[in-house]
Design a protein around this ligand. Sequence first.
Ligand code: BYC
Length: 332
Amino acid sequence: MYAQMVKSEGMKPREEMTPEEIAFQERIDRGEKIEPKEWMPEGYRKTLIRQIGQHAHSEIVGQLPEGNWITRAPTLERKAILLAKVQDEAGHGLYLYSAAETLGVSRDELLDALHAGKMKYSSIFNYPTLNWADIGAVGWLVDGAAIMNQVPLQRTSYGPYSRAMIRICKEESFHQRQGYDIMMKMAAGTPEQKEMAQDALNRFWYPALMMFGPSDKDSVHSAQSMAWKIKINTNDELRQKFVDQTVPQAHYLGLTIPDEGLAWNEEKGGWDFSEPDWSEFFAVIAGNGPCNTERLEARVTAWEDGAWFRDGLMAHAKKADARRAAARMAAE
Ligand code: BYC
């Protein structure tokens, strides 16, 4: 397995590795977790900062399309559930920024990179949520895809990331169910409601498939990330699992997956499906999706509007420190 991967971009063949790098790879191969203060190759550290940082940004930016619907949720119960879900995403972002900070990068540095457009967040959040059925589709498909990716990441080789994932996955399955519950109500409702549910599925299906990243042949980081067990599965493996899980759920709702190429493949025991339009994916991650500008502006504005609060917290912390120091001196 490792020998095959060495050929891929950016990977060092074993004979070019230093003794420290070989010892590190052997720890990974034995399934050991790597902890913050331990030696790690610079590439491993950088890859983790990139992936965990992007993941954290996705959680925070991911609040925007759903947060927009909290005031318009159709019932008090739906409002309370959506509010709790969006708050959970903030918490997930915080676990992940904390995990990234253990690698020697500060949260402020990560946020600066996001705000300057130098770091990515998930492509999916650059699509608009136009109506209430979209909130169902986001929970069902977007959180469903997120869980598919995150469950194996609980076994990722970096300890703090792995532990953050365990907590996140527990909450994420509730998120997926609340989305599916909205879809069940809509699909079993009036013909107009069912039509809204179908329309939401039509618009979110391919963007959800794109969440797993480019196809394996175009994935630049997979080989090295899998050798280091930062990633456990390839992008295409997870995409296939997601399709296999989601098609029967769509059938149960009485909805149609918007793909004429969808067909059960007895031999592989899974569904054949049409590839997303990859040119759209690359345009979205380059900053040219339907909502990229709006999303980034919302984050930058929130950051600037929150400056007074961060300043207040720092001033309070300084005063509290000074009070504690004075009390210690008085006691001595
Ligand atoms: N969006 O070599 P590849 C959630 C980039 S859900 C944007 O395959 P890698 C949530 C990739 O970064 C989502 N960019 O990369 C749910 C790379 O560019 P750079 C968050 C993408 O890293 C509901 C280039 O394309 N989950 O949180 O091996 C509500 C080549 O790709 C995307 C995670 O982040 C994309 N979809 O694999 C609220 C999971 N796909 O960096 C929140 C952790 C690829 O070289 N991340 N790119 O400029 C991962 O598992 C992996 O990073 C990916 C990509 C599977 C996403």
